[in-house]
Structure formats: C-alpha cells, structure tokens
Design a protein around this ligand. Structure first.
Ligand code: ASP
Ligand code: SER
Ligand code: ZN
Length: 366
C-alpha cells in the first residue's frame, strides 16, 4: 500500500501541477470515500470501449458469464421484478444507486437493485451482483433448509461476486465479448497497477481499516456522537493516508461523513466481509487458474469453462451447511491467506520497487 500510495500521490501531483503532499487530498481521487482508486492509469481506459453498449447489454452479458459456466438462466421474474437501471430524469422517486441483490422468498424470487450504465465499473458490478443471485440459486434445494440458505459466511457471498467481477475485467474475456479489439496489446504492468488500485489494495485499508474500526468504536466502545466525525477522519488519515479536501481538521462535528456510506446506514457491521472477500477472490482465482486451467493467474480466461463452473457450483450449493473454514480448505487446499494476493501482484511490486530506485536516482542527480 505504501508503494502504491507513493506512486499515486506523485502521479496526481504531476497531473494537477501541485507539490507532492504527505497524504492524498480526498478530492484528488475519483471515489468519494477513497475506497477504490480508479482512473489513475492512463494506459487503461476501458470506459471508451463501452460507449456503444446499452445497460441491458451489460446486464445480459453478466448473466451469460454464469450460463457459460453451466449455471441456469436467471428466472424470468428476475427481469420483471428487479430495478436495474437508473431512474430517468424527471421521475419523482428517489433511488439508492448502490447495487444490491435480494433473495426475497428464499426460493426463486431473486431481485437486484442497480443503476447499470455502460461503463467498466458497472460491468464489474453487474457481474458481482449476479454472483449473489447465482449463490442464491445454487443453495436453493431441498437438502438445504431455509435457515441455512445463505453464504458459508458473508465474505463468501461477496467473494464469489468479486471473483467473477475480477474475471470479467481480464483482457482475454473482454476481447471475447468484443469490448477490447482482438489485436489489443496488453500492457501487463499497467493492467496490474490499475487492478491493484481499483479493486484490491487501497480497498483493504478502507474496508478492514476505516469502515471496520469506526463501526467497532461506535457499536462496542460507545464512541459519543460528538466525536464521530473526528474519529472517522482520523482513520481516513492514519489508515488510508488521505486528507479532507480543505485539510486536516476541516470536517467538524456538524457533519457525519460516515453516514454518506450506504452500509453505515443500512448494513451495519457487515463491511469487514468485503475485506475478507477481497482476500478470498485471489485465493479462488489462483486455484482456478493454476489447478483447474493450468494457466498463470494474470490474464486468464475462464468464460465458458464447465470445469470451473462445476468447482463453483459445488462450493455454492452447500450454502451454510458446512463450516466455511473446512469448505475453504476442502475446495482450495488452503486456509484463509493473503498468499495468492501477494503472488498475483509480485510483478507489480518488483516494478514499483524499480520506480522508487529510479526516483531516488533522479533526486540524487545520477
Ligand atoms: N456491490 C455492492 C457492495 O458490494 C452491494 C453488494 O454487496 O452486492 O456493496
Ligand atoms: N460494494 C461495496 C461498496 O461499495 C464494496 O465494494 O462499498
Ligand atoms: Zn455484494
């Protein structure tokens, strides 16, 4: 994280013609909570490849990923009862634009709330949400009693969506869907850098850091409301290395910035699951790439691979009837571990180290 943080603040200072700060000003990043740092790698701009696509196409393509793995089509009612696209201008209702997916009756009434747009972020998110839908579908069977129709743990539920979201951004898959041209030349370092920033490393410090620590203070340590905003920004500064737009101390207690995050309001004490899900997605991906596909994990494509589908279906169909630790060990041969994540980014780490050496050479005038 320190390496990426340093790379990002140098890059952003250059971009905005500013001195290099100690912490990154929040408004230099394009996510309100600095939770994911997309759009920093010039060489990777997927959004321009989505301009001629529709939101419907994005959602249907996500369904096809699962169908290609051997899962059934989504029930018809998914399409008629979900609310998948942004509210139209002039519509009177207010809509939470944060994506979610719901198992309404613990049977086959499955619905999703999204505001899908044709861009890379929603492409990834649509694949994530349908991960929940296919987990619901997989454990809805007579052998699994309704009370156990849930993930092996909440992080498993998030991890499956994360895994398929990750798979959906890999270059060979994007080429197979005609999003990237067939002759697209991958800049592997840029791709790893973009993925680390947008979908992995800063997110760990936000999810297991700011969100989780702040909620623990509020719910188990009785932090008084008069200190909520100061504590929030203390964690943003200390754990994420990010500062409020107007500088340290500028967000007083008249604000409750934590409450701008939907999970703080409607899904309390759940967010640590996304941190663990991020660890799990690399473990699952590593297992699929190396053990099932016999490919290196960085760019690999498992669209339409029935063996991968079978691996997932087996894991998902148990719902919460098995202890997640045993399930993880049985399916991947490993306990919860950041090994796979570290190995995935090892080439990036080597590149970042080299940038640092070059930076210090420049500083020393060599
Ligand atoms: N994609 C959203 C997020 O992960 C909602 C979800 O969990 O499905 O918060
Ligand atoms: N979907 C979760 C969020 O938005 C985790 O990525 O915060
Ligand atoms: Zn989710």
């Amino acid at each position: 994280y320190l390496q990426l943080h340093t790379w990002a603040k140098y890059e952003l200072a250059r971009r905005y013609g500013q001195p290099v700060p100690k912490r990154i000003p929040a408004h230099w990043l394009n996510n309100r909570w600095s939770q994911e740092w997309g759009g920093l790698v010039d060489a990777i701009d997927l959004d321009r490849h989505f301009t001629n696509r529709t939101p419907e196409w994005v959602t249907k393509t996500a369904e096809e990923f699962y169908v290609g793995l051997g899962f059934p089509k989504l029930p018809e009612t998914f399409w008629s009862r979900s609310d998948l696209f942004a509210a139209r201008p002039g519509e009177k209702r207010l809509k939470n634009s944060h994506a979610s997916c719901w198992h309404i009756d613990l049977q086959d009434d499955i619905r999703s709330l999204m505001s899908v747009e044709p861009n890379a972020w929603w492409f990834n998110t649509a694949h994530h949400e349908l991960g929940h839908a296919y987990y619901f579908i997989s454990y809805t069977r007579p052998e699994v009693p309704p009370l156990l129709r849930t993930g092996a743990n909440p992080a498993f539920h998030e991890g499956i969506g994360e895994l398929i979201g990750m798979a959906s951004l890999q270059t060979p898959y994007l080429q197979s869907r005609g999003i990237l041209p067939a002759d697209h030349r991958e800049d592997e370092t840029a791709a790893l850098l973009d993925f680390a920033l947008g979908h992995a490393i800063p997110f760990m410090f936000w999810s297991s850091g700011t969100m989780t620590h702040w909620e623990a203070d509020v719910y188990t340590r009785n932090l008084p409301p008069s200190e909520w905003n100061a504590r929030w920004w203390k964690y943003v500064q200390d754990l994420q290395g990010v500062e409020p737009p107007a500088g340290a101390g500028s967000r007083g207690e008249e604000w409750c910035d934590a409450a701008t995050k939907t999970h703080i309001n409607d899904n309390p004490c759940y967010y640590y699951s996304y941190a663990i899900a991020t660890v799990l997605k690399f473990q699952f991906h590593d297992h699929i790439a190396r053990r099932i596909l016999h490919q290196p994990p960085q760019p690999c494509n498992y669209a339409n691979n029935r063996e991968v589908g079978e691996f997932l279906r087996k894991m998902l169909s148990t719902g919460a009837t098995r202890d997640w630790r045993l399930l993880l060990r049985e399916t991947t041969g490993e306990d919860l571990s950041t090994r796979a994540m570290k190995e995935y980014f090892a080439p990036l780490m080597a590149w970042l180290e080299k940038q640092k050496v070059e930076q210090s050479r420049i500083k020393e005038g060599h």
